[in-house]
Design a protein around this ligand. Structure first.
Ligand code: GDP
Length: 139
């Protein structure tokens, strides 16, 4: 089924000028970038986006990292886009990520792991609406 998912190219990757190489991997995996913008998250935005993790010990560090530089937020579209993107991203911890995945190739650490991707279709809808209006997305 054609789906949409939210992807974020994180500050460790924008700092190393990897946006194009990551986008190429997404496109080669069959995903279409149907909306994209470069922005810098405020602390309030990062805290709200990751609110599900607010009780975790790494929350403050994660918010500091996600606001440490620009991000590229994007809507990806394709067949089973949520799962497909999670596949090409690789495991959260790059040491456990499969060969050829974005995190295996590019991540610096468990925290600075280069990309975010929605983990379910329901969360994808919520996360897309966090950053984009329908008018911003051209399929
Ligand atoms: P994801 O869905 O694969 O991004 O993983 P999670 O939803 O579990 O975690 C969200 C993000 O928090 C991850 O992508 C990492 O950037 C960061 N993170 C997860 N676990 C840890 C941890 O144990 N320590 C730190 N410092 N960051 C973490």
């Amino acid at each position: 089924m054609t789906e949409r998912t939210l992807s974020i190219i994180k500050p460790d990757a924008t700092r190393r000028n990897l946006t194009g190489r990551i986008n190429a991997m997404l496109e080669e995996a069959g995903l279409r970038i149907v909306a994209q913008k470069r922005t810098r998250l405020t602390v309030d935005e990062a805290r709200a986006f990751y609110a599900v993790h607010r009780e975790r010990p790494f929350f403050d560090s994660l918010v500091t990292f996600m606001t440490s530089g620009p991000v590229v937020v994007q809507v990806l579209e394709g067949r089973d886009a949520v799962a497909r993107n999670r596949d090409i991203m690789g495991a959260t911890n790059p040491e456990q990520a499969a060969d050829g995945t974005i995190r295996k190739v590019f991540a610096e650490s468990l925290e600075a792991n280069s990309v975010h991707g929605s983990d379910s279709p329901d969360n994808a809808a919520i996360e897309i609406a966090f950053f984009f209006s329908a008018r911003d997305i051209t399929g």
